[in-house]
Design a protein around this ligand. Structure first.
Ligand code: FAD
Length: 418
């Protein structure tokens, strides 16, 4: 740290941050923009940034009903990986990984991307076989993957349950070494700051309540701060996609469900990797503060509540202790929920819609945090050109009509590969 920045840090600390400059402006909405993006989560902000950065389109507003980062992007367990099987998903998520690898530099903001590796344990010979299949496909696609024997796993993560009498003994694992985590708030702040620096207006506490129409074309949005016109409107509202879609007359193949996450009291450094339990839907990593960050299954019914219920708390506690008995006396500090857009094939939607002027980014299910950079990149392309980018060509709405679905529900964002 230079002497100048150390002094300025000290000055800000002693002055109660009074002179601390805003990271982004708080503009009043203009009457009209070239493009309006609804939703100030990771995807909306990334889209605004890449519209300006890649396409030179700067007359853009991001409209957020609460504060930026109040949705899923600030509530998720931050796992980033690209271990998909199907064409379409594979290329898209690997591109996202490559953008993550440069993101702190791109945004000039430390998003604390930590490629600590993701290990998914296998609990039968058949499961290890299935993992070998996946690892081979990944390698053929130029994506890193390793199959670990039981001894390899034990060497890397000695704190798991290796007892022969465990209900689901560990047989081995699959490892993606480049997978990891990032600091979710920093991702939001980094994209917001960089988009704002390009002239994008980030308008918080402004809810989009309806659309403006000229005949059959959408020409803007009605908001809690009044009407705002736009050449094109992009929805990036995660768990609320079907709500806004409905207002535009689109019936989408999406259900909204709650997904919970948990954090324990801080521990000394113990868990170096992201570890997912192949015998159940449960995974963990350790935050820089020391808390174990735990995740698992959906609550299993439609809801817009950002909180969860005790059944999942019990399931997570059971799986946590089964995989790692040494944490049986560690206390859970908090749990919370986010609202997931679940599609029938567990793959996302990024595309123009049948409605002129309206574009869609949603259906991220459990796995949209890792997609943030590629999603923003591809949605920006789609909004700027009116056409899908080759990387999101498989994520159209049409697939639900034609049967060309990308079904990775059993092996992708679901279960042991969160
Ligand atoms: P959000 O942050 O939800 O952004 C959408 C925004 O739209 C919100 O801020 C909301 O306020 C705003 N909005 C909604 N309606 C309106 C309106 N009418 N007007 C204006 N604004 C509106 N993904 C991973 O890749 N890895 C993980 O480990 C992972 N773990 C998860 C764990 C949990 C507990 C949860 C909840 C999610 C997890 N996810 C994970 C999924 C990931 O968080 C989401 O898929 C992703 O964040 C969704 O995109 P977003 O960031 O744009 O959404």
């Amino acid at each position: 740290m230079s002497r100048y920045s150390a002094l300025s840090l000290l000055r800000n600390a002693l002055s109660g941050h009074r002179h601390w400059p805003r990271a982004w402006r708080a503009p009043a909405p203009k009457p009209a923009y070239d493009i309006i993006i609804v939703g100030g989560g990771g995807h909306g902000l990334a889209t605004a940034f890449y519209l300006a950065e890649n396409h030179g389109i700067r007359n853009v507003a991001v409209i957020e009903k609460s504060y930026v980062g109040s949705g899923n992007v600030g509530r998720n367990t931050t796992i980033i990986r690209s271990n998909y099987l199907l064409d379409g998903n594979t290329q898209f998520y690997e591109f996202s990984m490559q953008l993550w690898e440069q993101l702190s530099r791109t945004l000039n903001f430390n998003v604390m991307f930590s490629q600590r590796g993701q290990i998914v344990t296998a609990h039968s010979a058949d499961q290890l076989d299935a993992f070998s299949h996946r690892a081979n496909v990944m390698r053929l696609n130029g994506i890193d993957a390793d199959i670990l024997s039981r001894d390899d796993v034990r060497r890397l993560v000695p704190y798991l349950n290796y007892s022969e009498t465990a209900r689901f003994p560990i047989h081995g694992a699959i490892l993606q070494g480049r997978a990891g985590t990032a600091r979710h708030d920093a991702v939001v702040w980094g994209y917001a700051r960089a988009a704002d620096a390009h002239g994008v207006d980030i308008i918080q506490n402004c809810e989009v309540t309806d659309f403006l129409w000229a005949g059959e074309r959408i020409t803007g949005v009605q908001t809690s701060q009044g009407p705002i016109s736009a050449g094109r409107v992009g929805l990036a509202v995660a768990g609320h996609t079907s709500v806004l879609g409905h207002k535009a007359g689109l019936e989408l193949p999406i259900e909204s469900h709650v997904l919970q996450a948990f954090v324990t009291e801080p521990l000394k450094p113990l868990v170096d990797h992201v570890v997912a339990y192949g015998a159940d839907h449960y995974y963990l990593s350790q935050s820089d503060k020391g808390g174990l960050v735990l995740g698992g299954s959906l609550d299993g019914y439609d809801s817009y509540a950002q909180r969860g219920n005790p059944g999942i708390v019990r399931d997570i506690a059971e799986a946590a202790v089964a995989l790692m008995p040494c944490i049986s006396r560690v206390r859970l500090l908090r749990h919370w929920g986010g609202v997931m857009d679940m599609t029938p094939d567990a793959s996302p939607i990024i595309c123009p819609t049948p409605i002129d002027g309206l574009y869609l980014n949603g259906g991220w299910c459990y796995g949209g945090f890792k997609a943030t950079p590629a999603s923003g990149w591809c949605f920006a392309h789609t909004l700027a050109t009116g056409r899908s980018h080759p990387l999101n060509a498989a994520f159209g709405l049409d697939r639900f009509r034609t049967g060309g679905t990308l079904d990775e529900a059993g092996v992708g964002p679901f279960a042991w590969l969160q």
